[in-house]
Each structure stands twice: as C-alpha cells, then as structure tokens.
Design a protein around this ligand. Structure first.
Ligand code: ASP
Length: 294
C-alpha cells in the first residue's frame, strides 16, 4: 500500500492514524523510542526543500526503531541529469522498506510508486497534495478542540499553490468540518466557484489556518507594497476578532511573518497551535509508517 493522496485512505485508516498519533505524541514528548520497525530502512527522496516534513519523517522512523537514509538530491546524480524514473529504479534496487518522496511536479510520487516495490509516501507534490500534512492538521485540531465534526475551518492565503489546502479540503469535510477557502483573487484556484473574502471566511470560524504566499510558484509577481498583503488578506488581531471567541490559529510553515500572519499571533501561547502541529507531524508520521510497515 502507498500513501499518495487523501482519497487513497479509507475512513477506517484515517481514524486509525489519528487515534494512534495521540499515543505517539506522548511517546515522542517523553523521549521514548520503540522497536516496532527495527531493521527496516526508510529512504527520503526530497527534490524540494523541507524542514518540518523531512525532519519529522526521519524522527518518526528513528522513534520506531527504523533506520533512515536521505538522498542529498542536490549532490546526487539528479544533477547529472538522471531522470526521476531512473533514480527510482536505482533506489528500488537497493531494497528500501519504504520511500518518502517530495517533488515539484504534480503526480510525480505516483510515478515513483509505480516503479518501487515498497510502499511510497507522498511528502508533497507540486501544488497537488500533501496528505500527511492534512492528517497532522486534523490530529492537532482534534487534540485541542476535542472534535472536528461540526467545526468551521477557514483556510486563507495562497490556495492556488497550496497542496496543504488541497489535502485539507479533501480530508476535513470527510471528518465533518465545514471548510471555507479564501485569499486574493490571483491566488485562488480557477475552479472554485464560490470564493469567500478573507473576512467572510474568518467570521465565526473555530480554526483559522493561514498559508504561506508561495512566491517561488507564482507565474507573475504579486506586486504588493510592503505591509499591503497583511493589511488586505493576512491574519491581524483585528481580523481574528471576527472568528469564534476561542478560535485557534494554525499555519503549516514556513511562515512569512508580517505577510500572511502577524508575528505576535503566530507566537500567541494560548491560541497558536503552530508548535503543536509540528509535534503532531512526528506523531502522525509515526502512525503512517507503522500502518504501512508493521
Ligand atoms: N511546507 C508546506 C509545503 O511544503 C507549506 C509551504 O511550503 O508553504 O507544502
């Protein structure tokens, strides 16, 4: 089995990953490592930059007793022009037990999975999906608010380029939430028929998830003056006041402080779940590795 998209998971598997992640979070917090995956080898193949996803997959594997090998793509034969297919065939011949892949092209993990004999996890493909991010977001929301069913979740910012938004828009409604997507018109997907303004999306929301402006994926410059994005579309204290009284703040990272989110809100110890998201990143990935390998 591979984990390439939210739709590739059954409701039962999603429930199992979320349930198991709570115990893994406690284990990781207390520095406990187990042996469930001892002797297994996990390969990381990241064609795009990563801090949270790469480190948390590696930490998750180590906590479960597996070994991790990360290909430094920049120093690899990829730089000599080796194709994704040939790189996949080469890595497959080394017989890893699981491969985690991130790539800038939508659908690339699917191609890799067709070549690999072991399970493959999509750690983000282009603007398409980032399923383990959505799972960790769901686990974070559930742990803090006690449920997902019936919540209103505003996801705001660069929706067009966000694989995080796409995976969350598939997962959170399946768990009973209402998802509102909003952002500047230029950063909204063409096929979204009823876009909200950011203010409308945040109105009464239980969760406000802000997204990074992905300038590296923009076809055209946004052309915003300093401070303009924050004032028009970003999360400010004034805008957050529209949300439900105890609404929580989320961001998948990395953050552009002062652009999509005011730095003080990102650091708010009571309302910001950003550090908890990172913790659940490890825990949820432990649950995913276990599901695919144990
Ligand atoms: N880290 C997330 C991703 O890789 C979000 C972002 O880059 O803005 O999709």
């Amino acid at each position: 089995m591979d984990l390439l998209s939210i739709d590739s998971l059954s409701d039962g598997q999603i429930g199992e990953i979320l349930d198991r992640s709570d115990a893994h979070l406690s284990a990781n917090r207390s520095g406990h490592s187990g042996e469930a995956l001892q002797g297994r080898i996990v390969f990381n193949l990241f064609y795009e930059n990563s801090t949270r996803t790469l480190m948390s997959f590696s930490t998750a594997a180590h906590r479960l007793g597996a070994s991790v090998v990360t290909l430094p793509v920049e120093q690899s034969s990829v730089k000599k022009g080796e194709s994704l297919e040939d790189t996949s065939r080469t890595l497959n011949a080394m017989r890893p037990d699981l491969l985690v892949v991130r790539h800038g092209v939508n659908g690339a993990p699917q191609k890799v999975a067709e070549i690999l004999d072991c399970p493959v996890i999509n750690a983000g493909d282009g603007t398409n999906e980032h399923p383990t991010q959505a799972l960790l977001d769901a686990a974070t929301i559930r742990s803090r608010l006690g449920r997902i069913d019936g919540l209103t979740i505003a996801i705001c910012g660069d929706i067009r380029h966000s694989r995080v938004a796409h995976s969350n828009a598939l997962l959170l409604p399946r768990l009973g939430a209402t998802v509102r997507l909003a952002g500047p018109a230029m950063l909204m997907p063409d096929d979204l028929h009823q876009p909200h303004s950011v203010d409308e999306a945040i109105e009464g929301a239980d969760v406000v998830m802000m997204l990074r402006v992905q300038r590296e994926r923009l076809e055209e410059e946004l052309g915003d003056a300093p401070g303009e994005y924050l004032a028009r579309y970003g999360l400010t204290a004034e805008r957050l006041a529209r949300a439900a009284p105890n609404a929580v703040i989320m961001h998948p990272g990395p953050m552009n402080r002062g652009v999509e989110i005011e730095g003080e809100l990102a650091d708010d110890p009571d309302r910001s779940l950003i550090a908890l998201q990172v913790e659940y990143g490890v825990a949820v990935r432990m649950a995913c590795l276990e599901m695919l390998l144990a």
